[in-house]
Write a protein that binds this ligand. Structure first.
Ligand code: SER
Length: 342
């Protein structure tokens, strides 16, 4: 008999850490963790099985199909925006072909199980591309369908994968003699920059905030790769996990769309620098601007409009800016890097 699981790809990444910990604590169904790297030992006891493998490996995906009954897929694996610019074609393979492979697995599972398998896909603020800083300063918080003109490979990949999800949900093989009876229950969130007190991201362009915080909490100096006035929206990891689970648990009929913005607060590098200096006074924050990464941040909107998520599934973040820093980030970082408590 096939074993019933929730599949999490990219399980060893930042969101994977938060999601696995939350699902395991809530005692939900067994997790099948898949990552190109070995799952951290702290997470191993929380999952039914951890597989080290590549989402581009079709034989591995066939094996998953034959061994498991997958009730939901959280497809988190991706190469982030800065990393992807160094090897755009390789990023395209992982981000797009990898997603098609997982959508294909989901549709096969749906056909076999006799209902649409949930496919939860984190997209990103990177799908937006505002043309210039003047526009960025002038526009209201952006809704889902505006400024979809990404300037990064990662942003293009995420935007296209949103469309693939829509296609696999309702139009897959629409001209075939036997049309797909179930489709995939595709649900997508567009995240702003994410900040975790437990893990440091790698390869993203919103990394200047988490990097600044983690450096300061260790008493290390930090040179920001963006200007002090660089501003984008952020959200702390507990809210990111909350939004993934809320979207996943909302009855399908309450969802008026497949793709939802979610956000919490918008903050500039300089404002974070000040908060960080107050909390960890021995730190030093300087600015050593990387024009190319700055250009990416400049192309992302200063604020996202998440009113659709608020309307359809009562989304609201638990942590606004004050709570994020005062009640989550700073105390948790202090505990984490304990020797720097002042
Ligand atoms: N955090 C991501 C990045 O910087 C954006 O979704 O690439």
């Amino acid at each position: 008999m096939r074993k019933k699981v929730i599949l999490i790809t990219g399980a060893n990444g930042e969101v994977g850490h938060g999601l696995i910990t939350h699902i395991a604590n809530a005692n939900r169904s067994g997790i099948l963790a898949l990552d190109i790297k070995e799952l951290d030992s702290s997470l191993q006891p929380m999952v039914k099985r951890a597989i080290v493998g590549d989402i581009l490996d079709n034989r591995l995906l066939e094996y998953l199909m034959s061994e498991y009954e997958i009730s939901a897929i959280y497809h988190l694996a991706a190469l982030l925006s800065t990393r992807a610019e160094f090897t755009p074609e390789a990023a395209h393979k992982v981000n797009v072909q990898g997603t098609i492979n997982l959508l294909h697995l989901a549709i096969e599972q749906s056909r076999w199980q006799g209902n649409a398998v949930k496919f939860i896909f984190p997209s990103s603020i990177a799908v937006f591309g505002v043309p210039d800083l003047k526009t960025k300063a002038a526009i209201p918080p952006v809704t889902e369908d505006l400024y979809n003109m990404p300037i990064t490979m990662y942003g293009c990949n995420k935007l296209y994968c949103e469309h693939l999800g829509r296609y696999y949900a309702a139009h897959y093989r629409q001209l075939a003699a036997t049309p797909e009876p179930y489709g995939v229950d595709f649900r997508c969130l567009r995240f702003p920059g994410l900040i975790s007190a437990h893990t440091i991201p790698s390869g993203g362009t919103s990394d200047f905030v988490p990097e600044m915080l983690h450096a300061a909490a260790q008493g290390k100096p930090y040179a920001s790769f963006v200007r002090p006035d660089a501003i984008i929206p952020f959200m702390v990891m507990p809210d990111a996990i909350k939004s993934l689970l809320m979207l996943s648990e909302t009855p399908r009929e309450n969802l008026s769309r497949l793709i939802y913005n979610v956000t919490s607060f918008s903050v500039s590098a300089e404002a974070v620098g000040q908060i960080v200096k107050t909390a960890f006074p021995t730190t030093s924050i300087t600015y050593n601007v990387d024009d190319k990464r700055q250009g990416i941040v400049d192309s992302w909107p200063a604020e996202m409009d998440d009113s659709r998520a608020r309307q359809d599934w009562s989304w609201q973040p638990d942590y606004d800016q004050r709570r994020s820093f005062e009640e989550y980030l700073i105390p948790t970082l202090r505990k984490h890097y304990g020797h720097w408590v002042i």
